[in-house]
Design a protein around this ligand. Sequence first.
Ligand code: SAH
Ligand code: SF4
Ligand code: F3S
Length: 442
Amino acid sequence: MVVMKNLHTFYFRTYGCQMNELDTEIMVGALQSRGLTKIEDEDNADLIIFNTCSIRDLAERKVMGKLGQLGRGKKKAIIGVTGCMAMAKKETLFRKFPHLDFVIGTNNITDLNTVLDEVLHGGKQVLKIEDKYEENLDYLVAKREDKVKAMVSIIRGCDKFCTYCVVPYTRGGEVSRTPTSILEECQKLADQGYKEVTLLGQNVNSYGKDHPEWGCLFHDLIYKLGAISLLKRIRFMTSHPIDITIELMQAIRDVPSACNLVHFPIQSGSNRILKKMHRIYTKEEYLHKVDLLNKIIPNVSLGTDIIVGFPTETEAEFQETYDIFKQIRYSIAFIYAYSPRKGTPAMRWKDDIPEEVKEERLQKLLALYSQIGDEQRAAILGSTVEVLVERFNRDQKLLKGRTTCWKKVIFPGDESMIGTLQQVKLHSFNHQTLLGDVVTRG
Ligand code: SAH
Ligand code: SF4
Ligand code: F3S
């Protein structure tokens, strides 16, 4: 244990989903407000924090590896773990990593500075974990790196308890944030020049159900945010299929800034597997929603997450997933091999699908996804799309932005275009990136 009275610099490493990224932004803001400087060089930081993820085994192993490594050298920095692994492993982390100074749970990120003081003054390991989340986060302290688009949390936690998933245990039950606080933050962001917000939640479309007295469900929120004229785009993720309503589809259609990409994971195309996953919809009910989305929202794009190799998944059941993917032609997909998670109900079933079979199914779906993507990109060449310009591309020469349905577009232009909407005529594509030229209004 080092007792360091003077902290100057810190290094943050974030794993997992956008919710973790946003939590990092909030914690970075809190550390900066106490005068610390964020640096990218881990070796020279006085404080190192890992904001961790538990969703799959690999996510945890990465952090465990890093923590082990830090313990082998001479300890120079204060080291902390926050995020979902903190909730999943709690004080056992101290036993495994005696050089670890603090562990803070997902419901306690606002306690970071107090915990840090305790570590500095008390010189002992500090654990701060509460199971219940109180809606008390000061989102305005978030330190955002991006200047054009911002993530905004609207609901934390999850009540769905899919049998494979750790999130309900690592993030707790659903707690919606008040509409006033969301609207205030979005208005402020718009005033600061942000053009796009992504509304975040494990299940954004259960927004407001825990507070019927607010009279503000997810679609109501979309209408309210649509009235902020400086905000050009409203995105949201993720949506549980069961909670996608016709009212929501109509809101997406009617609010011009609402993006027409709906990410609502199917997970599997087999009814038997869906039931075992406790996804609470059937393939037919899901397809019915796909139909409605296509009917109600012009040019809607659909996104999904999929798990292959769930316990007992047969080849024929995997084929059903493959076929439904082909039928729906998702434009965005995150495809994963099942990873058993401690404490989840699915642990009672043997993880019986061999790794090579999981890998084979994963590769088959990835190949299909890539083929569909290429066909979709080829089909829009020659057309003009609206792009929100985010920044220069990695090569620093071309500008990079995205279409309303999240397709990445790069094109020549100058810095003054950053943060504006441009009409870009597409001429080619390279992997997932579309290339084009700005159509100048004449
Ligand atoms: N709340 C979102 C997803 C959150 S987790 C939703 O329900 O749609 C992101 C994705 O990780 C999930 O959609 C699922 O596809 C995947 N995932 C979750 N637990 C997993 C596990 N144990 N093994 C493999 N993939 C998993
Ligand atoms: Fe996990 Fe299911 Fe909740 Fe998504 S809806 S976070 S997959 S339990
Ligand atoms: Fe991972 Fe927690 Fe997000 S488990 S995916 S960081 S909610």
